[in-house]
Write a protein that binds this ligand. Sequence first.
Ligand code: IVH
Length: 667
Amino acid sequence: MSVPKAVRQRAGVLHKELHEHNYRYYVLDEPVISDAEYDRLLRELLDLEVHYPELITPDSPSQRVGAAPLKAFGEVRHEVRMLSLDNAFSDEELGEFDRRIRERLEVDAVDYAAEPKLDGLAVSLLYEDAVLTRAATRGDGVTGEDITANVRTIASIPLRLTGRGIPAILEVRGEVYISHRGFERLNRQAMSSGQKPFVNPRNAAAGSLRQLDPKVTAARPLEFYCYGVGRVAGGVLPDRHSDILARLRKWHLRVYEGIGRVHGLAGCMAYYRKLEKTRTALPFEIDGVVFKVDRLDQQEILGFVARAPRWAIARKFPAQEEQTRVTGIDVQVGRTGALTPVARLDPVFVGGVTVTNATLHNEDEVHRKDVRVGDTVIIRRAGDVIPEVVSVIRKKRPKGARVFHLPKQCPVCGSAVERIEGEAVARCSGGLFCPAQRREAIKHFASRRAMDIDGLGDKLVEQLVEKGLIQDVSDLYQLEVEEIAGLERMARKSATNLVEALEKSEATTLERFIYALGIREVGEATARVLAEEFGELEPLMNADVETLQAVRDVGPVVAQHITGFFSEPHNREVIQRLRRAGLHWETVEPAGPRPLAGKTFVLTGTLSMPRSELKARLQAAGARVSGSVSKKTDYVVAGADPGSKYDKAQALGIEILDEAACLKLLK
Ligand code: IVH
């Protein structure tokens, strides 16, 4: 059956539109139509293809859904070898790399392209006349596996490139990976369907790409960034690596925005430090920075040795995962009485520090991961996050490794341990009679975001409690210089400073004080709302559950925690003693009417007042101000020259206000 012209044309239009929306959604992260609208277009195309199978081309947007399962992967020979990278584990090694390059090139300084080293899997994508025709794994660098059907399901990989000057043969190389969020979602799904969770995003990505059934791959949250090219014919590319990447981006390939061009070793170091700092905030896992000599003519002079180019290096971050042995499992009691099993470890250098303890979160986690005393485990420390046990290396388990059980009595005060059904956490029922809870409550009270008592660190609090100098937070304000000066690592001067810091902390705000009390589930944000709603402490102390629940953001559980806390005579006494000791704050003006409560606003374009000011005014009226437009947005306020948020709002049918209309709403 031949395809009528009108149908062929319509299919062409749908291809174009779907590719464009796909690009906007997955590469630019700036969709302009709703998901439903996208689905409608795709369904229309699928319908046409069902009737006219000739329309199914390799670059059809319908091909992402996943082809029929394979029996085995075919082989692909890489015409241009897929190389590996040499590593530098220190600044000195990076310096050596730069010195070798300068010597070989006989220059004073070199320009480098600087890119994050994504922790995923290298893939090669072959575009012939702009259409993706083949995708392969790296394999041994010479021969890889044909994973075309799987790669087609990755939405951020264009099935067809767009733009001018695309070489007839263009092999693009890059990394397929899974973001942190994608990984968490994947593991949640795995666990809820009774499957074993993946160990890390890299393994999950590798496992997903090597699925014989592309439909399985299609359901995995794989993403892609490209970092270079392989074979190129029938066209020319720029003569600098960074310019090539910019060109690839123009053709709709996904290139990381934070890629830099730096000058000399100093430039490399600065880039490395910056990325090291922001590493944990990135949405994906990286294990270092790759520096590449930017000029291709210089790359050519340098050539390569064995399996790695001389012109590139991976400056690796300190390892975030290491192996060590569990020497014991202790139980720690937190501020709210929560019992946390903690693995004691043979010291191990991981993520830039020596780690001797790692959290096991709760009893269920210990059993799920099946961690036993004597086990060899993988420890992970990412950024400032508390080190945790990732998994056990079962092969290394010694005979008689002990299984852990949570104690029935609090290991600190001996009170009964309770675990509410449905909750993962078990708690000591001793409340503030438990010295551990008391100690943690005092640490929290003194902390920077609570009463901000300068110089009263964790160690000092522990000593004060241990020596019996303080029982609860109110005792802090009775401390004498002499008592403090007698403690370890304290002298008269530091003791005097502490007493002064305590005096200074007496003038505080109601919201800080409420937060400092350490009521369960009452964080800073809730403390602020409570301060605004009640204006003073007494009405809050006397509020019943119904009154509390009427407050924005306070649900039944939080309301129970609050009334429970204030109905405890001991807590009331401590508060009274604190006030007698001189703690004070200004009454908070009761919050005015909140006409915009529950409404979400997004601001875009140039306004006549600073954006922060309009934001503050909207928030004061109870509105939420968000940075991005979604189905949950109620209003978009558009100033002059609005950005893509405006288009998106229009596409989603969200009400758009100009500044004047917004101010009117505020009145
Ligand atoms: S370039 C010519 N750039 O690291 C060098 N590789 O250890 C070829 N990787 O197989 C690789 N991010 O899987 C390059 N920005 C980046 C990278 C990167 C991650 C991976 C890639 C490669 C491995 C080498």
